[in-house]
Design a protein around this ligand. Structure first.
Ligand code: SF4
Length: 460
């Protein structure tokens, strides 16, 4: 009997080579030319970007391969994440964006406003569990104290000077400035002085005014969004950048949005990352009732195209393309690591906004799970800071579980949940213009409830 021979490295692999050549031959020549040019360093135009959104079959594979190659050149094998916590301190909002299932009108039940003690407690708990960032965003409560965001930042930094405050979307910054009767520049300057480290580049959705007027009339305009972002960058406050897609926008609108982000970056260099956020439709008002012709979110192929095209169009300008496990779930997020992504975002702990819209992927992903997804794809997990400084490279797993991994076992008890939160009487919105200074923390609420259930005197 002849024993099988090991394959030699220089063996020509004729079947595989022939099959790949056949696949390349099957791609539309114009798409092949765009991909080839981008690998050669030429910038992809809006028209070309829009054309890439039509890639399917072998062309989709080539699109992914191109994005993956550009990712490899920019980031190597590292896949990063940040240990952070979301604090969405109120859901009461004067706006009615059609995609938003998180906000509540001030007259509605389920409106909440966390007291200051609870906001600080959440930040401290996150810090004690290894978080380096809190992401602070919320609704726009009516008649809000204009200085709320500045005061809140100051309080958080007073308690936790080394915690990075990633807070306040362009919509919130604009609202704070309007309520304070000052310019955006003055407001951002005060936020920076108070200790804000960076702004989330949310409230972007699609930066096309006709689309915004249709899905979220009254929302911050394209011009205002661009102004807040450019002003922040000019003042030395970095921001992220985002797109919301999959609600029925056109390929040209998507490509134009990415090109606008690229143009801003050429001017300012202030974006740290780009995050495609697919539309979660289940509970979104515009899907359920208010806007005609809204799509039920992006398909898997659309999600892949969006991330890959972002990598290709932004190559050389924004190196970090993040996929959102909240929107896409762990399995698709893993695959997106081979379609141009190099970042998995944060642990989040109290994700509310996508959860409210019906996303089923949970409120917390502990660091060990994020790392396991990365390793499963043959890549190297890296814990980063908000601004993409490297904190730790995990060639191997730590011998002991980290605090946030251990906390996952008791997540509901420790961190609460969005659905419990909106039902709590203790934090009900009652016209607050700022977080109340008085007010029970989550632990105090639990102690009171336990005492009541046990027939014991209520702790004060
Ligand atoms: S997206 Fe923001 S501004 Fe719009 S309704 Fe929701 S919380 Fe309010």
């Amino acid at each position: 009997m002849v024993s099988p021979q090991p394959r030699m490295d220089d063996e020509p692999l004729p079947h595989l080579r022939a099959s790949l050549e056949a696949a390349l031959d099957a791609i539309a020549p114009d798409i092949a030319r765009i991909l080839d040019a981008s690998l050669g360093g030429r910038e992809v135009t809006v028209e070309e970007g829009a054309r890439l959104f039509e890639a399917d079959g072998p062309a989709l594979s080539a699109l992914m391969g191109t994005a993956d190659e550009l990712r490899r050149r920019a980031n190597g094998d590292a896949v990063s994440y940040v240990v952070n916590r979301n604090i969405n301190f109120t859901n009461v909002c004067i706006k009615h964006c059609g995609f938003c299932a998180f906000s509540r009108d001030h007259r509605e039940e389920e409106g909440y406003f966390l007291p200051l003690a609870e906001i600080i407690r959440r930040a401290r708990e996150a810090w004690d569990l290894g978080a380096t960032e809190v992401c602070v965003q919320a609704g726009l409560p009516p008649k809000m104290d204009g200085s709320l965001y500045i005061d809140l930042t100051r309080e958080l930094k007073r308690e936790l000077p080394d915690l990075h405050i990633h807070g306040f979307s362009p919509e919130e910054v604009l609202y704070g400035a309007v309520r304070s009767r000052c310019s955006v520049e003055e407001y951002l300057g005060a936020l920076k002085d108070a200790g804000v480290g960076s702004l989330p580049g949310t409230s972007a959705e699609i930066l096309d005014q006709s689309v915004r007027d249709r899905i979220s009339p009254g929302r911050i305009t394209v011009e205002q969004w661009t102004d807040v972002i450019k002003t922040a960058h000019r003042l030395g406050i970095p921001t992220t950048s985002t797109i919301m897609f999959g609600f029925g926008e056109t390929n040209a609108q998507r490509a134009a949005h990415v090109a606008l982000i690229r143009d801003i970056q050429k001017d300012t260099g202030g974006f740290t990352e780009f995050v495609p956020l697919s539309f979660v439709h289940e509970e979104a008002p515009m899907f359920r009732k208010t806007v005609e012709g809204v799509a039920a979110g992006a398909t898997g192929a659309e999600v892949v195209r969006m991330h890959a095209i972002a990598r290709i169009m932004l190559h050389g300008w924004i190196d970090n393309i993040q996929c959102s496990w909240v929107k896409e779930g762990p399995k698709l997020s893993q695959l997106l690591l081979d379609a141009g992504c190099n970042d998995l975002g944060g642990t989040l702990v109290n994700e509310s906004i996508s959860t409210a819209a019906g996303a089923p992927h949970g409120q917390l992903t502990p660091p060990s799970d994020l790392r396991a997804w990365v390793r499963d794809m043959g890549r190297v997990p890296v814990e980063r800071t908000t601004l993409y400084g490297v904190r730790r490279v995990f060639e191997t797993e730590p011998a002991e579980p980290e605090p946030m991994d251990a906390a996952k076992e008791h997540a509901a008890e420790l961190f609460g949940s969005y659905h419990v939160l909106i039902g709590l009487e203790e934090w009900r919105y009652e016209g607050q213009r700022a977080p109340s200074l008085e007010g029970p923390t989550w632990q105090e609420i639990q102690l009171r409830r336990k005492a009541k259930a046990d027939g014991m005197p209520q702790p004060s």
